[in-house]
Design a protein around this ligand. Structure first.
Ligand code: GDP
Length: 296
């Protein structure tokens, strides 16, 4: 991820640092290039615009241009704005609510919801000693509930027994009740996805939310999907109200646009990133590290 962006921005910014004096026109020309590089990396237009506006505002001042190393100062401004765009550092899943704390996982089919549910369950169990219960609310794909059950076995986390013929809301209700009765600290609801957003999906998510009163609603999004992921995040946030993002497939060779846009577009923190198929391939999100990587 980010390799081509890294290359492009690296050469644009090297062009600035390699020079002694800078004029306003030099900075504007470089920013046009930065803008093009971000758009090519599939960063959302509104995000690119606000990013370059902010950098321009800070970089074009006399103090920067007349400083001893104006190029370095501009690079630092770009770096800091990148970090600001990516959001705050390491925002953990919030478990600060009466048990069982319900985490509702939402997203499109294939985004990595089930895998991520099991990864989170494993992490909460192993690192925080939490007693976790997982439940698959996917009644549309017959194999989905079985998939979560198997992952539960693998990570040694309980899953709600499968009962045929129940609706997603029925399963959510049963999961919360089982969580209470079983003394679980956390209940993870792995909801059903669709191939695209549609009205029935949003209605189903709203019904599950109403029934289970989740403390966190985490949107799991595939970081390889670019602009679509941004529209997805907007829709889910407007219709269901998300509390955070999990970006999967950050180990892939995507252009990084989704990762760079989603926090800025929704204002919701990226809480975790998926970096592989294995159950331990889940990491905290560190904007500074990503900005460092992109700017080399
Ligand atoms: P769901 O339909 O949203 O529940 O998606 P799944 O959890 O079934 O994931 C779909 C596929 O993506 C599976 O093969 C997962 O192993 C894979 N996957 C999930 N997260 C990641 C990730 O972070 N990196 C990679 N490389 N693969 C992932």
């Amino acid at each position: 991820m980010f390799e081509s962006l890294q290359e492009r921005l690296g050469s644009i910014l090297n062009g600035l640092t390699g020079r002694g004096a800078l004029s306003e026109a030099d900075v504007s020309a470089a920013l046009r290039e930065v803008r093009r590089a971000l758009l090519e990396a599939d960063v959302a237009l509104e995000v690119v615009r606000s990013f370059t506006d902010k950098v321009r505002e800070k970089a074009v001042g006399a103090a920067v241009l007349k400083s001893i190393k104006p190029g370095q100062m501009v690079v630092k401004i770009v770096h800091d704005e990148l970090v600001a765009m990516l959001g705050e550092e390491g925002v953990a899943i919030d478990l600060n609510a009466p048990a069982p704390v319900v985490l509702m996982m939402v997203g499109l089919q294939g985004s990595g919801k089930t895998t991520t549910s099991a990864k989170i369950a494993r992490r909460l169990t192993e690192r925080q000693g939490k007693k976790v219960l997982m439940a698959s609310l996917d009644t549309r794909r017959p194999a989905a509930q079985e998939q979560l059950r198997q992952l539960g076995e693998q990570v040694k986390v309980a899953t709600l027994p499968i009962v045929a013929g129940q609706s997603p809301v029925d399963i959510a209700r049963r999961a919360v009740q089982a969580g209470k009765l079983g003394g679980h600290d956390v209940v993870i609801l792995d909801t059903a996805g669709r191939t695209h957003i549609d009205e029935p999906l949003m209605v189903e998510m709203a019904d599950i939310k109403k029934m289970s009163a989740p403390h966190e609603i985490l949107l799991v999004a595939d970081s390889l999907t670019g602009q679509d992921a941004v529209n997805l995040a907007k829709s889910f946030d407007e219709r269901v109200g998300i509390t955070g993002l999990v970006l999967t497939r950050m180990d892939g060779d995507g252009r990084g646009g989704a990762a760079l846009s989603m926090r800025a577009v929704t204002g919701k923190p990226i809480k975790l990133i998926g970096t592989g198929e294995k159950m331990d391939a889940l990491e905290e999100f560190y904007p500074k590290r990503i900005a460092d990587r992109i700017l080399g």
